[in-house]
Design a protein around this ligand. Structure first.
Ligand SMILES: [Zn+2]
Length: 372
């Protein structure tokens, strides 16, 4: 089946208009979007919560399809992904809008911008150009990042298929707020699914992100791994007074161990004050080190300190023989004792993935980890 998003018309500037996937037409021209658990009911002329999916005369349109506001060749470690094609560069794309409204978003200039009014200032980047752009910039893959990729699902889907056709790996850096239906459309084409887990209660998600169903985030991460074989890494941005208590950190770590496995990397990253949370301090280093201890006590084998360049908590230490296997300094990566994804000294499996998924094969069978 050709799942590529259909072009349904031409706008006033002569550009293609892309009809969205996964929505229902209701009475009186209203539509219901099924891409994320917000399940927005959208009246004609209005946009969903993400401000990137707009009802035009009863047709839901993906207004940011193929229109990017950020394009860069980034180290894969910046996503952060530490156990997926380490040391490689990834073509990174973002646009306007988000299905969350986080009070402390670092990328608020784009995530909370209005795509409807801002779209004409965005650069057009057809999916057919991605392989050449990747090659010219020395990239081995394509990442949808900076803002929430779920809100331009159609572009990610088309782009990921083109990327795979050209031997490029694919990455989503996501808040995980996606319906199972939409995940089942996109995840077969995604190699690495990097999910933020911001807390472990509805109250916290309502407070921080203004969404109600945090279980959907957990379910998406679990499904991406168990059903679709994606390589999954989890990030928790540790925010003083919000999610830095032992109970919350332990709950997240325990969930990762139980549902995603002890070898799943968990990044506990330093919060930098922004927006409505600018009154809070940056996360103390000691708090991050406590989070690492909590993660290890819960049974996680790879817990990393993030946003603190030069901290020893960026390194990979073999969970079996406790020797240094990958040294990282900021985005500099050096193999110390990594061979075929295993510890060179004791043979421990380090869950380092260096190959893309095989079509129709789930993660446990997909080729795992070759060294650099
Ligand atoms: Zn070892």
């Amino acid at each position: 089946m050709d799942r590529r998003a259909a072009s349904v018309g031409i706008d006033a500037e002569g550009r293609a208009v892309h009809e969205a996937m996964l929505y229902d037409k209701l009475a009186d021209g209203e539509v219901r979007c099924r891409v994320c658990p917000n399940l927005c009911h959208i009246k004609p002329g209005k946009a969903g919560t993400c401000r990137a999916r707009v009802n035009r005369d009863g047709v839901l349109v993906a207004v940011v399809y193929g229109r990017v506001c950020s394009v860069a060749a980034d180290p894969i470690e910046k996503k952060p992904l530490f156990h997926f094609f380490p040391g490689t560069t990834v073509l990174s794309l973002g646009t306007l809008g988000c299905n969350f409204a986080c009070r402390g978003c670092q990328n608020w200039q784009i995530s909370q911008a209005d795509a409807v009014t801002g779209v004409n200032d965005l650069r057009e980047l057809p999916v057919g150009n991605l392989p050449v752009l990747a090659e010219h910039n020395g990239c081995l893959g394509v990442a949808w990042t900076y803002n929430e990729p779920t809100i331009w699902l159609e572009y990610v889907l088309d782009g990921a298929q083109v990327a795979h056709e050209h031997g490029l790996y694919t990455v989503m850096v996501t808040n995980g707020y996606i319906t199972a239906e939409a995940l089942d459309v996109i995840a077969p084409h995604i190699d690495a699914y990097r999910v933020d887990v911001k807390g472990f209660s509805e109250r916290l998600y309502r407070d921080l992100c203004r969404v109600k169903d945090f279980h959907a985030v957990l379910a998406a991460a679990e499904r991406a791994k168990s059903v679709h074989g994606c390589h999954v890494e989890i990030v928790t941005n540790v925010i003083p007074t919000k999610n830095d208590d032992d109970e919350t950190l332990r709950a997240i770590a325990t969930w990762v161990v139980e549902k995603l496995g002890a070898k799943t990397p968990w990044h506990v990253t330093r919060f930098i004050p922004y927006l409505e949370l600018s009154h809070l301090p940056a996360t103390p280093i000691k708090t991050l080190e406590r989070a690492v201890d909590i993660g290890r006590q819960a049974g996680l084998e790879f817990v990393y300190v993030g946003n603190v360049p030069g901290h020893s908590g960026e390194n990979t230490v073999c969970p079996s023989c406790h020797r240094l296997v990958v040294r990282r300094t900021g985005y500099e990566v050096e193999d110390v004792a990594l061979r075929d994804g295993l510890c060179d000294m004791c043979g421990e499996d380090l869950n380092m993935r260096r190959r893309m998924k095989q079509p129709g094969v789930n993660g446990d069978n997909a080729a795992r980890g070759l060294g650099r």
